[in-house]
Design a protein around this ligand. Structure first.
Ligand code: DHK
Length: 149
């Protein structure tokens, strides 16, 4: 049975709405709106949902929606990466693929940023490519989820 061409959901966590003016020496000067435009360009005609929240429960709800949409997921949980068991538990229910994404190289930063709770549910992790990590993740997901398989 052919599986409908699967969409991609890009989910962003707390404080990423401040991209472009938030610690530019770490996160660069690209805004979240520019990141969304880069994702839409990389997705082409593949269905794409792009969201950001500062609330853990809302992020969990969006993961559930991505599961119900049979979507591949790109997720930057931001600070929730290191604290949120609910986000991990939600991702564990997803069919995948899931790409965990960090704009900065978290492993080169303070120790609080070294241990990701969500990597256990991720297919792959991208960290340290800056904003260009997002379109890179999208292109990888499209390869991992060929149309009409
Ligand atoms: C974004 C954050 O908000 C931080 O809490 C993470 C991540 C890193 C990023 O690099 O995109 O540590």
């Amino acid at each position: 049975m052919t599986r409908m061409t699967r969409p991609i959901h890009v989910l962003n966590g707390p404080n990423l709405n401040r991209l472009g003016r938030r610690e530019p020496e770490i996160y660069g000067s690209t805004t979240l709106a520019e990141v969304e435009a880069m994702c839409r360009a990389a997705a082409g005609d593949r269905g794409l949902v792009f969201r950001q929240t500062n609330f853990e429960g809302e992020l969990v709800g969006w993961i559930h929606e991505a599961i119900d949409a049979d979507a591949g997921i790109v997720i930057n949980p931001a600070g929730l990466t290191f604290t949120s068991v609910p986000v991990l538990d939600a991702l564990k229910m997803a069919p995948g693929p899931i790409i965990e994404l960090h704009i900065s190289n978290i492993h080169r930063r303070e120790a609080i940023y070294h241990r990701s709770l969500v990597s256990a549910a991720a297919t792959a992790v991208i960290a340290g490519l800056g904003a260009r990590g997002y379109p890179t993740a999208i292109r990888c997901l499209i390869e991992l989820m060929p149309a009409d398989t």
